[in-house]
Design a protein around this ligand. Structure first.
Ligand code: 2P0
Length: 324
């Protein structure tokens, strides 16, 4: 029996990953930049054993259906090949998210699975190679190997596409991200399907590709200079651009709900009142507000004018992968 256990935290991109150059290897079209957070994480244990006759996957103690087990199995095939190990595995994951957040957890989930496999099969991967492995499970997972600010270098091959820490002199510890959890009745377009459709059909995708490298360069300069307003405004603009591409896809789609717009308006209003804060959004209706740690409570109090207390969750910069 071979066993490994690891914890990985969610990350939220300030410069988004949106579109794949290679679907099988998950090589992105553009570099992205994220902040790893402390509030949401996944703990995963994997056991490879001769006693098993198939892969099984439990999430929060409930046995998962064929479709989600297949995604895990495909990832296990990669590590079995690396380790020349023929054994089936049992995977048990626990997602630690406050409240029924409906938050996508593929970044922490696949990062924790990759690290648990690294330990179980004694692959002895460096953090960079672990990032490459996690990337094969889910693109954003490659960034969750590392703490704080992280850049995913798109590269152009399996070897050259990995994440690494962006030096910041610990500035991330002065920042916070407030999650505004928004429920939505709309049927989801998965980020995987959404980005594919956008790359293939959106007239605005070219604009995304042409401008995102400059956004990323400017964001790194802002981190180096610890210039919060510069970083926040670049991140907000980059998120709006990403979401703009979906409106021009065929057929068009959006991740925004009426309450997402309400949250964005609240952020703009606070900013006009002199409180520095900026929003970002991913492949769902939740809005995340980047702010200075010292302003987090004040901003949260103001958001209570618009949203229920249990819709608001505060997160700070979080750690990279931890073996358990
Ligand atoms: C990001 N997102 O940079 C972007 C912004 C969503 C919007 O990474 O297909 O689950 O598994 O590589 O990583 C979500 O996509 O997609 C994502 P796959 P993933 O955070």
């Amino acid at each position: 029996m071979l066993k490994g256990s690891a914890r990985a935290h969610t990350n939220i991109a300030l410069i988004k990953y949106w579109g794949k150059a290679n679907e099988e290897l998950i090589i992105p079209m553009n570099n992205s930049l994220s902040l790893t957070l402390d509030a949401f994480y996944t703990e995963t244990t994997v056991i490879f054993s001769e006693d098993l006759t198939a892969d099984t996957f439990y999430l929060d103690d409930s046995l998962q259906d064929e479709k989600s087990t297949e995604k895990v199995s495909r990832f296990l095939d990669l590590v079995r090949k690396m380790a020349t190990c023929p054994l089936f595995a049992e995977v048990k994951s626990y997602n630690h998210v406050p409240y029924a957040a409906g938050l996508a957890s593929s970044s922490s989930g696949l990062a924790a699975l990759a690290a648990a496999c690294n330990q179980a099969l004694q692959l002895d991967l460096s953090d960079r190679d672990l990032s490459r492995l996690a990337r094969r499970g889910s693109g954003s997972a490659c960034r969750s190997i590392f703490p704080g600010f992280v850049e995913w270098q798109k590269g152009n091959s399996d070897e050259t596409s990995f994440a690494e820490v962006v030096p910041s002199n610990g500035w991330e510890n002065e920042l916070a991200m407030l999650f505004i959890l928004i429920n939505d009745q709309e049927k989801d377009v998965s980020s995987r399907d959404g980005m594919r459709r956008t790359v293939e059909t959106s007239a605005f995708y070219e604009g995304w590709l042409q401008t995102t490298p400059q956004d990323l360069a400017s964001a790194k300069i802002a981190i180096h200079a610890q210039d919060f307003n510069k970083l926040g405004s670049i991140a907000e603009n980059n998120a709006l651009k990403m979401h703009g591409t979906t409106l021009a896809a065929v057929p068009p789609f959006t991740y925004w709900s009426p309450d997402s717009l309400k949250a964005m308006q609240a952020v703009r209003k606070m900013r006009a009142a002199g409180i520095p804060c900026y929003f970002t959004m991913d492949a769902g209706p939740n809005v995340k507000v980047l702010c200075l740690k010292k302003d987090a409570e004040k901003i949260k109090a103001k958001l209570r004018d618009y949203f229920a207390t249990d819709q608001l969750v505060t997160a700070f910069s979080g750690p990279g992968i931890t073996y358990l």
